[in-house]
Design a binder for this molecule. Structure first.
Ligand code: 9WN
Length: 452
């Protein structure tokens, strides 16, 4: 279904993206996040592809200006038009150009990553384009995406496990999820060695209880300091890094992204060697996820590499296998039951049957604090996309309806209280608008989807 400006929700979503568009990049949110974020830009591309394909292509092209020579797509590309006090840590604090020649010279970026949803976005661009244009898009983006995935499967997987190591909670995209509590709590911040700083996020979100704590912020900044002192060369300081986790959610998204990359490669007439390589990455990723499955617990879990222990917390990451898809019939049932169980959409007291970022029954559940309970519209979108790909249309349709009702009732917030439906974080968040645009174009995903 093409974008319909007569649909008020679609029109509002498109208007939010237009208002957040600086002409060069689309800010993740009007004031809390005034730069271009990596996975936000990919989700924005997915939604914008329905409204203005060329602008969506330009968004992805802009993001890739920030790609490093080692293939890394950084978490943030800084908007040169906002002052340095708009967001912290700013480009000066990351200082990437001072410490590594891998970073681009003319564009300012941070020095870590975010989840790899970019190939999925480029695939969406190709699917929304006429055949010749689709081939052009594929040819433009194939090699940079291949190098990005190569970086993740080499520098971030020296063990050859198929699972990606994240070295900072921000890399997971779910910054203060309780998944990271124990690994983070272990980090001792040497007070005399952490350069002073002022948080900026609290000037935009009036209630600090919706954001991470100051103690966590110190640890976030300390890890940045360690990375900077090691010139952001994760491979050469791997054993010394204070935070090292095999993230199953990130790794499942990479399997998904590699499947999209195969499609892009085919359209781009890539070499057979490339196709073989990507196939090998997919198999490796699937093996890694299978090894993260703890049969006795019936859960797919992250591993803290420093202790060697699995991280067993009831968060949205338990659903990672559905992002990778191609589940055995048994596993498919396990995931469907989990989705409907009281851990997720069947939890008592939910305002809508939408999955809380941390289960309401978990001891760490907090309905208003960032990633510790709220429902995230962009995660609803991702889950909808995944269920559709698996051919589970009944779950997907129910989810779509609830996700749209939620936004229609609450607004385009960054996250929502799962119990009351109250909007939290920032309003007019770009990826929330993008999610709405794609949810409103069902025929694009539902009809076109089948297991790759
Ligand atoms: C740090 C922009 C980003 C999202 C992340 C979300 C939040 C940043 C922050 O906002 O993180 O990257 O300052 O809290 O956790 O997923 O990409 O929307």
């Amino acid at each position: 279904m093409p974008y319909d400006p007569a649909n008020p929700l679609a029109a509002r979503a498109a208007e939010i993206l237009r208002a957040n568009d600086t002409g060069a990049l689309i800010k993740a949110a009007p004031s809390l996040y005034p730069h271009q974020w990596s996975w936000d830009a990919a989700f924005i591309t997915v939604g914008l592809a329905h409204v203005d394909l060329d602008r969506a292509v330009a968004e992805m092209r802009h993001l890739l200006r920030g790609q490093w020579r080692n293939g890394m797509i950084p978490q943030i590309q800084f908007n040169p038009d906002v002052d340095k006090y708009a967001y912290f840590p700013d480009a000066g604090r990351w200082a990437v150009q001072l410490v590594t020649t891998d970073a681009p010279r003319t564009v300012h970026t941070s020095g870590i990553v975010q989840p790899p949803v970019h190939a999925m976005a480029v695939r969406q661009l190709c699917e929304n384009a006429e055949p010749e244009r689709a081939r052009e898009i594929a040819r433009e983006f194939f090699a940079p995406l291949r190098e990005w995935h190569r970086y993740l499967l080499s520098a971030r997987d020296p063990e050859n496990s198929g699972l990606v190591t994240i070295v900072h909670p921000w890399e997971s995209g779910m910054d203060n999820s309780p998944r990271w509590d124990a690994a983070l709590a272990r980090i001792e911040v040497p007070a005399d060695d952490l350069p002073p700083y002022t948080r900026r996020d609290l000037t935009h979100v009036s209630d600090p209880s919706q954001r991470p704590t100051d103690a966590d912020y110190d640890r976030y900044l300390w890890i940045v300091e360690v990375l900077k002192r090691g010139s952001y060369r994760v491979e050469s300081m791997y054993e010394r890094l204070p935070f090292r986790v095999k993230d199953v959610f990130f790794s499942a998204l990479l399997v998904n992204a590699n499947e999209s990359l195969i499609r892009i490669a085919t359209l781009a007439d890539a070499d057979l060697d490339d196709l073989d390589l990507i196939e090998e990455w997919i198999q490796r990723g699937r093996r890694g996820l299978a090894e993260s499955w703890h049969e006795e617990l019936g859960r797919c879990l992250d591993t803290d590499l420093i202790t060697g222990e699995a991280i067993n917390v009831d968060t949205i990451a338990l659903l990672s296998p559905i992002l990778a898809g191609q589940l055995s019939p048994t596993m498919r049932d396990v995931m469907k039951n989990l989705w409907r169980s009281t851990i997720f959409t069947g939890a008592p007291g939910l305002r809508w049957p939408l999955p809380p970022s941390t289960s309401t029954g978990a001891q760490q559940f907090n309905p208003t604090r960032y990633w510790r309970g709220p429902v995230w519209p962009v995660i609803n979108w991702l889950m909808w996309y995944a269920w559709n790909r698996m051919g589970e249309f009944a779950i997907a349709d129910e989810l779509r309806q609830a996700a749209l009702d939620q936004i229609e009732t609450t607004g385009f917030y960054e996250y929502m209280n799962p119990l009351t439906g109250e909007g939290l974080g920032t309003d007019r968040q770009s990826w929330t608008a993008a999610a709405v645009l794609d949810l409103l174009s069902v025929d694009n995903v539902t009809e076109g989807s089948q297991e790759p």
